[in-house]
Design a protein around this ligand. Structure first.
Ligand code: SF4
Length: 427
């Protein structure tokens, strides 16, 4: 089975990387709870934090439509600082009250945050203690969503990584697909793989704890999100083997991702084509329409979501854009290498951030579209640049064939809007 060719100009895998370690503009890792709590239907995320954390979650979640949301904040007030023993007792009481009221909860995540009083609490020890109290009905895990040390997508990575050590052992040869996808997209993916005869397919995160997700030396795993470096390391520690592939964005990325999995499971070219030809054609058509406004335009990525490299590959190869700079908070060869291979040489690849220097480069380049975090978007718009919020890319279904047109549309909308505004101003 063929995998796609690298670009004739060599790709970006061996391009020099500009490494920057200065002031960063990042968004808090607690944000991941917003999509994870929808995905994991028997989980509850208890943020151990301050009122700021509670406000962030409420505003990021928008209007809560659930009568009983699957996340909350245990607010540590100043007086809790008086003694750590009190803080632990208070946490135990909160958890007991919550679990009594909500028997539907099967997995409880204690999520650390960045206020200094929280950092001092040993949440790993608290999780162990609470697991002993509430097992077997509930397992209690912990991870950090702290805004100090994370980019906003690392919250999901930390959450999934915390689950890997307690996954059941298996000797079965199974495909584990790793990364949270909206249910409708996940169903499409499973159906494509199943139609090729690939299986058993396991998912991390699974929708419910009772699902049979397990891991072992015969497990092969494929990532659907490019920000899962820690989860990748934990899975390899359990003996699973990573299938390196471009990420399933756009027609080409999706086809390349499926090809790598199909090759591993010995799927014939004929079967592969039978399953993928129709959705590929739909994806190409949808991209062609949505990308009209993007052709010949330039794009600049600030590091934010860790989706930057695969998206730059999609925009340059499938939407006719030119990348000026592709910044990513982290570059991990096993995860991002296949997309860097396909990204045509030319853009500055940068890792980490020194925000003032990067802003200077963006101002000098005057790209047609700048993809960046919320904090930078408004000031750059005020300077006349057109921006796209990176965070929208994780809140919108964008993976696999049926979403490829929507993905191109997310980028073309601000460009179209800008063109319309310019036309109106000229009239
Ligand atoms: S974890 Fe830190 S950055 Fe995030 S909302 Fe709480 S206080 Fe703010």
């Amino acid at each position: 089975m063929n995998v796609p060719l690298t670009p004739t100009n060599g790709g970006c895998r061996t391009a020099p990387i500009l490494k920057e370690r200065g002031q960063r503009e990042v968004f808090c890792g607690l944000t991941g709870i917003i999509w994870l709590h929808r995905k994991m239907q028997d989980a509850f995320f208890l943020v151990v934090g301050s009122r700021t954390c509670a406000h962030l979650l409420q505003s990021a979640a928008g209007v809560m439509i659930f009568a009983e949301p699957r996340f909350g904040t245990a607010i540590l007030e100043e007086q809790d600082l008086a003694g750590m023993a009190d803080a632990h007792k208070e946490l135990d009481r909160e958890v007991a009250r919550l679990l009594e009221r909500r028997p539907d909860i099967r997995q409880l995540f204690l999520v650390g945050s960045c206020p200094s009083e929280v950092i001092k609490i040993d949440l790993a020890r608290a999780a162990e203690r609470l697991t002993q109290v509430h097992a077997p009905h509930v397992r209690v895990l912990n991870y950090s969503g702290s805004g100090i040390e994370t980019t906003f997508t690392e919250g999901e990575d930390a959450c999934l990584a915390s689950m890997v050590p307690i996954l059941k052992d298996t000797k079965e040869r199974e495909l584990l697909v790793v990364g949270a996808l909206p249910d409708v997209v996940e169903d499409q993916m499973v159906s494509l793989l199943t139609d090729m005869g690939i299986g058993p397919i396991r998912l991390l995160p699974a929708r419910r704890i009772d699902d049979t997700t397990a891991v072992g030396e015969n497990t092969v795993f494929a990532l659907v999100q490019p920000f899962l470096g820690d989860t990748h390391a934990e899975l390899e520690r359990r003996g699973a083997r990573h299938l390196q592939a471009p990420f399933p964005f756009g027609d080409e990325g999706t086809t390349a991702w499926l090809r790598v999995v199909a090759a591993e499971f010995g799927v014939s070219e004929e079967v592969f084509d039978r399953v993928t030809t129709a959705p590929r054609a739909r994806a190409r058509k949808a991209i062609a329409q949505a990308a009209e406004a993007l052709r010949g335009k330039s794009v600049f990525f600030f590091p934010d979501s860790q989706l930057e490299i695969p998206l730059a590959r999609f925009l340059t190869r499938e939407c006719g854009m030119t990348a000026v700079e592709v910044g990513s908070p982290y570059i991990h060869d096993a995860l991002h290498g296949p997309d860097l291979d396909l990204l045509p040489a030319g853009p500055q690849i940068s890792e980490g951030q020194d925000v003032d220097k990067q802003l200077d480069r963006a101002r000098a380049a005057r790209p047609d579209l700048t993809v960046c975090g919320l904090g930078l978007a408004n000031p750059l718009e005020a300077e006349g640049l057109t921006t796209k919020w990176a965070i929208e890319l994780v809140f919108t279904p964008v993976h696999f064939y049926e979403q490829a047109g929507d993905l191109a549309g997310l980028f073309s909308r601000p460009v179209r809007r800008k063109a319309l505004l310019q036309m109106e101003a000229a009239e």
